[in-house]
Design a protein around this ligand. Structure first.
Ligand code: PLP
Length: 429
């Protein structure tokens, strides 16, 4: 098929009729397929079943004679701090191990800064209207946190190397109410982009107008490569320290998509000064974390190397799904000039940019044929994609055959919305 923008109105009409008939036939099939959230599939969860039995009845002691059944050890058991330190190339005393949600750590850190400020700083909320830079498309739940705290969100374009750093530098250095910036530096949600070395260097060397500016470095997919070894980028914490921005980065990591999303361990990592400040607050919140879950993870994996070996098993399950998506998008949409998409080397998503003004229509067409997608616009602050173009595909949960069916419907819907758009453009011309 030729690019849609080269077809005559009669050819477009014929194509629309054929696609609409196919769409009708899908509607009659009663499909119920879900590509909304990036959750691990059942066979991925099964990889970690050993976690449930790795503690025997007498296994409750962590290193240094620490009884995990009891209170205490606010920042985590030594073996778990060491494991996260290994994964993030940091020192154990730069790590605070958290509960099962890194999002909760981010939420709490922002709550703390809003009400109390960073160490030696004033509460953000009393200084004026706080703002965050939001590289977009980005992770919808980051944006929801900002919305919850009524933090203004400033979208920043994503390039193939990460956020558009010219814009970031200009904004951060000129506005003291810009207090934070979201970053998913490795296999970004949803684009799969890995920040270039240059982008990391430039972030570390920012000269914020706000002395209490923080980079929320959400490393959720740090070890989620689909093939090969761990993807390495420069170490933000070290780079920031060298640039005199020691307290600027707050790094988050999570085992939600390594073991069980419902019973994982997470961490926040930062300068020793930030860690001791965070620990002060933590000591008001709890007398101690769930150390038995930490111990399970420490025993199950042994070390960071054990975690990397486990991630190869995830990759073996996920790679065929990502390959299938690439194959179906290329075969079905290649050459039509109505969509572009990412071919990520890791992470949990494929990001599709359809023709401007088509994303909502595509999501609607998919829903009518029984395929749920993340709502159009969700990848932008306030749920508002100015081009109505971006759609996030989450291929991890459905089994391969279901994914194939869902993608057939998706590709058909992209084409139908594209041909409709092209007809509307032709009518206007
Ligand atoms: N950060 C990013 C970028 C994510 O994509 C997700 C989940 O999809 C999370 C954080 C959630 O992590 P957790 O389960 O540790 O709260």
């Amino acid at each position: 098929m030729k690019p849609y923008n080269t077809l005559t109105p009669a050819e477009l009409e014929a194509e629309r009729g054929a696609l609409a008939a196919q769409h009708e036939s899908y509607k009659g099939r009663g499909l119920k397929l879900n590509m909304t959230r990036g959750v691990p599939s059942l066979d991925q969860l099964d990889l970690s079943r050993g976690l449930l039995t790795c503690l025997g009845g007498d296994d409750y002691m962590a290193e240094g004679g620490l009884d995990c059944r009891n209170y205490g050890s606010l920042d985590g058991i030594p073996e778990m701090k060491r494991m996260f330190a290994g994964i993030l190339d940091l020192e154990p005393d730069e790590i605070i191990v958290g509960g099962n949600s890194s999002l909760a750590l981010m939420f709490d850190n922002i709550a703390s800064n809003m009400s109390h400020g960073v160490r030696d700083g004033q509460a953000w909320r009393v200084q004026g209207q706080p703002k965050f830079l939001c590289p977009s498309p980005g992770y919808d739940r980051h944006f929801s946190i900002c919305q919850y705290f009524m933090i203004d969100m400033i979208p920043v374009a994503m390039t193939a190397e990460g956020p558009d750093m010219d814009t970031v530098e200009k904004l951060v250095s000129s506005d003291p109410m810009i207090k934070g910036m979201w970053c998913v530096p490795v296999f970004s949600n949803p684009t799969g982009i890995v920040y270039s070395d240059e982008t990391v260097h430039r972030i570390a060397r920012l000269k914020p107008a706000a002395k209490d500016f923080r980079v929320y470095w959400d490393n959720a997919y740090a070890i989620h490569q689909l093939s090969g070894e761990k993807r390495r980028i420069p170490n933000l914490v070290r780079e920031c320290a060298e640039a005199g921005n020691e307290n600027m980065p707050l790094v988050f990591a999570s085992f939600s998509k390594v073991t069980f999303s419902g019973a994982a361990v997470t961490c926040i990592a930062s300068s020793k000064s930030n860690c001791s400040y965070i620990k002060q607050r933590l000591s008001m919140q709890t007398i101690g974390p769930d150390k038995l879950r930490q111990l399970m993870h420490a025993k199950f994996f042994g070390s960071a190397d054990g975690v990397y070996a486990h991630m190869h098993k995830h990759a073996a399950i996920l790679k065929p799904k990502f390959d299938l998506i690439e194959e179906m998008l290329s075969n079905s949409l290649g050459g039509l000039d109505i969509a572009k998409w990412t071919t990520p080397e890791g992470g949990y998503f494929v990001s599709v940019n359809a023709m401007q003004g088509c994303a909502k229509r595509i999501v609607q067409l998919c829903a009518e044929a029984g395929v749920s997608l993340t709502p159009a616009g969700a990848t932008y602050p306030y749920g508002c994609d100015p081009r109505d173009s971006n759609i996030r595909i989450a291929p991890t949960f459905p089994p391969l055959e279901e994914l194939r069916q869902a993608m057939e419907v998706f590709c058909l819907s992209v084409k139908l919305a594209g041909v409709e758009k092209q007809l509307a453009l032709a009518a206007k011309a």
